[in-house]
Design a protein. Structure first.
Length: 185
C-alpha cells in the first residue's frame, strides 16, 4: 500500500477524540506549517537562502493542498482552500512573496521603514515591500491592518481572513461531528 493511501485510510486520533470525527491527513497540515516557518525563519534569515524563499514558500503552501482536498467534506476546509488560492494568486503575481505597502509596514511598526528598500523582501516575513501602484492584484495583498495593539498588530490579506474563517468553521464542524458521534455515557 502506498504512503498516501495508508494516510488516507487512517483518521488522526483514537475513537473518542474529536479528530476521529472526520478530519484526515493532519500530518500534511503540520508539515506545511513547519515548512513555512523553516523557510521564513531559517532559510530566509541567511543571505544565501533569501533567493530561495519565494520558491520554497510557494511549495510550503502547496503542501497544505492534499490535506484540504482530503477534508473537503468540511466547509471550513473549503474556505481555507479558497483563501489559500487567493494568497497564492497574489504571491505568484508578485514574484512569490506577499506584497505589503510601506504605509502598512509603518502602521504595524515592527520594521524601520527607512532600513527597507522597495522591492526587497522584509526580513523574517513572507512579505515584499511594494508601493500599491507596483503591486499586481493589490486588493488581494496584505492591505488590511488589524486594529489591535502593538506588538500584535498585523497586516493581513482578504485570503488570510478567509483562511481564518475557515479554521474557525473547521473547529466548529469537528466539534459538532464529535458530539454527534460520541458514544453516550
Amino acid at each position: 500500500m502506498s504512503a498516501p493511501a495508508a494516510l488516507g485510510s487512517q483518521k488522526i486520533g483514537g475513537p473518542r477524540t474529536p479528530l476521529a470525527s472526520g478530519l484526515s491527513w493532519l500530518p500534511c497540515a503540520l508539515a506545511a506549517f513547519i515548512a513555512e516557518v523553516a523557510v521564513i525563519y531559517l532559510i530566509g534569515s541567511s543571505p544565501e537562502g533569501r533567493a530561495w524563499v519565494p520558491v520554497l514558500l510557494f511549495a510550503a503552501h502547496l503542501l497544505l493542498v492534499p490535506f484540504l482536498i482530503r477534508n473537503l467534506s468540511f466547509w471550513g476546509a473549503r474556505m481555507i482552500l479558497v483563501g489559500l488560492g487567493l494568497n497564492l494568486i497574489v504571491m505568484a503575481a508578485n514574484g512569490g512573496l506577499m506584497p505589503v505597502a510601506p504605509s502598512a509596514v509603518e502602521a504595524i511598526g515592527k520594521h524601520n521603514l527607512h532600513e527597507l528598500r522597495l522591492g526587497d523582501p522584509i526580513p523574517r516575513t513572507k512579505n515584499v515591500l511594494l508601493e500599491p501602484d507596483q503591486t499586481r492584484a493589490q486588493w488581494l495583498s496584505d492591505v488590511i491592518v488589524l486594529p489591535i495593539p502593538r506588538p500584535y498588530r498585523r497586516a493581513v490579506s482578504v485570503g488570510d481572513l478567509v483562511v481564518f474563517g475557515g479554521v474557525a468553521a473547521t473547529f466548529v464542524e469537528v466539534t459538532r461531528r464529535y458530539r454527534q458521534t460520541r458514544p453516550a455515557r
